[in-house]
Design a protein around this ligand. Structure first.
Ligand code: SF4
Length: 456
């Protein structure tokens, strides 16, 4: 084992934590610092930032691009592995009230100096299930959004859809409103696996929705899969990958099943006094994702992140993800949604009624916020971009005036010691094995005060 000299101290790299069975807790690193560190006391700082023009990058004087995220919290059924804030019991008047609230919220933001005349570069509809909305509801919502912040500069509109909610008529309506990437939450093709995991759709609905979406010419169709659902087997996973390959989607996103505390699976574990989730262990899930990556690579697909393979990287872009990973402003609206404006993270109320009531009372429904200091902005972008497999040292040095090889000498040395570092010229990257477990490796870069202790 090598040692690293850091500030004249000699320290031994830590041992690689074991990661075996799937136990309860969050695994994926979605942002930095973790949400648990965002505070109610910092909401006034966020509100003050809205009253100033957009924060320009210090070295380039560039204004960051603006993206728009809209959260639709409705679903037909709650999946047993779901950890999002979703509602399965809202009637049409409550849904309409929610859409009104979204537009009221966006109206407040659209009038703030922080927008600075920017128009959205990308728009993302996430949930929940955006495709739960009817064509009329979607038109009402998006017409209102476009009136407030026009979409004529938009390069990408992403729309998450649950296959069972998609009629031909609705797919056409989604296409007509300007969606460029339809993201189908397929997760698996086996009806028993879908049922036992609480999914609302079945394989027949996948086939019908996919065929029609192709027919009407969405520029990009992405399909989501999950490796390691309850009762997954080697054979069923291989069959699912074969069916996914057959569809020749433009891109595929493959997640490894995690079991956060607010899932139905964890509730059942608790009731039964179990510590280990009834899903495959981490090594098996990594192997399954690697298998899927390999099958797509045989057809010429390219791995573009820890979770994504893409058919033609020259054509298929992820403008939202790349914006999120490189410090774009993301104006998020809706219950429990997360955003980032002028160097401040924020999250809305995570319950339906307090969210709607706050908006109807003329207030922004922000629940907690976090002012990201300069050093953490740098760290955040580095961590998130490493999820793509590699980062350019020169690009970071140019943007922030500091070379990541020096800045992160100690954690990079640890990754090297564990055999996960793949340096090549300007690129600081990880090996395939490292990429398959990148989320736990990223904790090596965290500030000690942001370490929650769970990364095994
Ligand atoms: S469809 Fe998605 S958001 Fe809705 S319950 Fe299932 S996992 Fe959660």
């Amino acid at each position: 084992m090598s040692t690293t000299t850091l500030n004249s101290r000699t320290v031994s790299p830590p041992a690689l934590p074991l990661q075996k069975e799937t136990t309860a807790g969050n695994y994926f690193v979605a942002n930095y610092p973790p949400f648990a560190f965002w505070k109610r006391e910092q909401v006034p700082d966020f509100l003050a930032a809205l009253e100033r023009p957009p924060l320009v990058a210090r070295r380039s004087s560039l204004v960051p691009p603006l993206g728009l995220y809209t959260h639709i919290p409705f679903c037909r059924k709650r999946c047993h592995f779901c950890y999002f804030k979703v509602y399965t019991d809202k009637d049409s008047s409550e849904v309409r009230g929610y859409l009104d609230a979204l537009l009221k919220e966006l109206t407040v933001y659209a009038g703030k100096p922080v927008i600075g005349g920017r128009k959205p570069k990308f728009v993302y509809f996430g949930g929940g299930t955006p495709s739960y909305l009817s064509p009329d509801q979607l038109k009402f919502l998006t017409d209102g959004m476009k009136r407030l912040l026009p979409w004529d500069k938009v390069e990408e509109v992403t729309f998450e859809a649950e296959p069972g909610t998609l009629t031909d008529h609705k797919l056409q309506a989604i296409r007509d409103l300007g969606v460029t990437r339809l993201s189908l939450g397929i997760e698996h093709f086996d009806d028993h696996i879908l049922e036992i995991n609480g999914r609302a759709h079945r394989s027949k609905e996948i086939a019908r929705a996919y065929a029609y979406a192709r027919e009407i010419g969405f520029p990009q169709i992405n399909i989501d899969l999950i490796a390691g659902m309850v009762e997954e087997t080697e054979d069923k996973w291989k069959e699912t990958v074969a069916k996914a390959v057959e569809l020749r989607p433009d891109s595929v996103t493959i997640y490894q099943m995690e079991v956060p505390f607010n899932t139905g699976i964890y509730q059942q574990m608790k009731a039964e006094g179990k510590l280990v989730a009834p899903v495959a262990d981490w090594e098996t899930k990594r192997r399954w994702v690697n298998f899927a990556f390999g099958e797509f690579e045989k057809l010429g697909y390219t791995i573009t992140s820890a979770t994504t393979v893409v058919r033609d990287p020259a054509k298929v872009k992820f403008v939202y993800r790349d914006g999120l990973f490189s410090g774009a402003d993301i104006l998020s609206i809706g219950v429990a949604s997360f955003g980032h404006l002028s160097g401040v993270h924020y999250q809305n109320h995570h319950d339906f009624q307090p969210y709607v009531d706050a908006v109807n009372a003329g207030q922004l429904p922000v629940y907690r916020a976090y002012v990201v200091p300069d050093d953490e902005r740098y760290l955040r972008e580095f961590i998130l971009q490493l999820k793509l497999g590699s980062v350019s040292a020169a690009a970071f040095a140019k943007k922030f005036g500091r070379d990541p090889r020096e800045q992160f000498a100690a954690p990079l040395s640890t990754l090297k010691d564990w055999g996960f570092l793949a340096n090549g010229g300007d690129r600081i990257g990880v090996t395939r094995d490292g990429l398959l477990q990148i989320d736990r490796l990223l904790h090596q870069f965290f500030k000690p005060e942001h370490e929650t202790g769970r990364y095994a």
